[in-house]
Design a protein around this ligand. Structure first.
Ligand code: CO8
Length: 373
């Protein structure tokens, strides 16, 4: 058996930003356009007008101030309301692999590992841009890595579930150096025309290098323990899939072909599940709240994170104990807790404990207990 450790992380951030004000302006223009189009039906009481969105609501309800996206022109065009990506030939690198590559190279550079030495690539994300061949295998090829690769989807928990899978394989010796990469193009499966959720997501890619402790020379985090749990729920769902052509609705632009959620229920049901999961994980590993120097949580909602932080620590977390990045990135699905970890872990001292935790659709929750070496 070998001790699995994290030696590097990398973040690819798109260069386009949509602020809440820009987003709301575009949404409200879309709402006005649709209400004008449906004026007769609205007046007759056969249709309800689309209500305006508001930056104040978005910030108060979520803590989000802006999001990074691959393409803002389509999203902000009231006649389009989704990103527009140029088509790529099968021989060109795919969009997910292109983003993934940037984050992988940064993570490898931090860990001092060459791409050729990697013998496992897991592409763990909320959606894959195609069914097969696996995006992970394309990333492996583009990186020049060896070994084997596969795709994995556990929605927002994909990164932690991927890290558990990689850590277990490093521990048992079936692989030596793994990279878990999370290219999240959330803008393509968000319904930008729905004011209840149009502000929630952004695009990003994160990557984490996991290897054997005995092979490492620089700084690293020991992976002390990992834990994953799932419990079926329809409260976060997307019905798009390969059976679509065989259904009566075919290519119809139906609401359930994009991200859907019952946000209030998610909020209420996921909070006890996550805080209970973390407390049990810590208790089983003999790590007390006073041992925990930092918590890197999934980045969906500031109030949710504040609540979990208070439950886990038994008090309001001090600034920096539970860093949020959602104000800048919004919810980036599985990548959120890894961005928080990547950007807020360099200052930890040897012996300090921390916990990475993600949660979301499924429901799913994954936690990784780490110790700075
Ligand atoms: N502007 C103004 N008013 C609004 C807006 C808006 N944009 N949206 C809603 N309102 C109104 C509502 O109509 C409602 O009005 P009323 O009280 O008159 O009925 C009022 O504001 C309050 O609305 P809500 O009750 O919906 O507001 P909440 O306070 O519950 O906040 C949130 C909404 C922010 C969505 C909150 O419920 C939340 O964060 N819930 C948890 C969400 C969560 O964590 N989800 C996890 C999903 S991520 C995941 O698992 C990955 C999935 C795969 C990735 C998909 C990528 C696209």
């Amino acid at each position: 058996m070998f001790n699995p450790v994290i030696t590097g992380t990398g973040v690819f951030t798109p260069d386009q930003i949509i602020t809440n004000d820009e987003l709301v302006e575009a949404f409200n223009a879309y709402a006005d356009l649709m209400n004008l189009k449906n004026a007769t039906a609205i007046t007759a009481g056969d249709a309800v007008p689309i209500e305006h969105s508001s930056s104040d609501f978005i910030f108060k309800a979520s803590g989000i101030e802006q999001r990074f996206v691959i393409d803002k022109t389509g999203v902000l065009n009231p006649e389009v309301m989704h990103p527009l990506f140029p088509e790529r030939a099968d021989n060109d690198i795919s969009l997910m692999a292109e983003m993934a590559l940037v984050s992988c190279k940064k993570a490898l550079e931090q860990s001092g590992v060459t791409a050729e030495a990697v013998d496992l690539v897991i592409c763990a994300a909320s959606n894959m841009e195609r069914s097969y061949p696996a995006v992970a295998i394309e990333i492996q090829e583009a990186l020049g890595a060896g070994g084997f690769s596969f795709d994995m989807n556990v929605a927002c928990s994909s990164a932690t579930f991927g890290i558990q899978a990689a850590a277990d394989m490093v521990r048992t010796g079936s692989v030596k150096k793994a990279i878990v990469v999370n290219p999240e193009i959330c803008s393509a499966h968000l319904e930008w025309r729905d004011r209840d959720c149009h502000f929630i997501f952004g695009d990003v890619s994160t990557a984490t290098v996991i290897e054997r402790e005995e092979d490492v020379k620089g700084d690293y985090f020991e992976i002390l323990s990992t834990r994953c749990a799932t419990q079926f729920s329809n409260n976060i769902r997307n019905n798009n899939g390969y059976l679509r052509r065989s259904r009566p609705y075919g290519l119809e632009d139906r609401r359930d072909m994009q991200f859907m959620q019952n946000g209030r229920k998610v909020f209420k049901e996921v909070l006890p599940m996550v805080s209970g999961h973390i407390l049990k994980h810590m208790a089983d590993e003999g790590v007390s709240k006073d041992d925990l120097r930092r918590i890197w949580l999934h980045q969906a909602n500031k109030s949710m994170n504040d609540f979990i932080g208070r439950k886990v620590l038994g008090r309001t977390p001090e600034p920096g104990e539970q860093p949020n990045i959602l104000q800048d990135y919004a919810n980036t699905s599985s990548a959120g807790s890894i961005i928080a970890f990547s950007q807020n872990s360099a200052d930890l001292n040897p012996g300090d404990h921390g916990l990475i935790c993600s949660f979301g659709a499924g429901y799913s929750v994954g936690s990784i207990l780490v110790r700075k070496h």
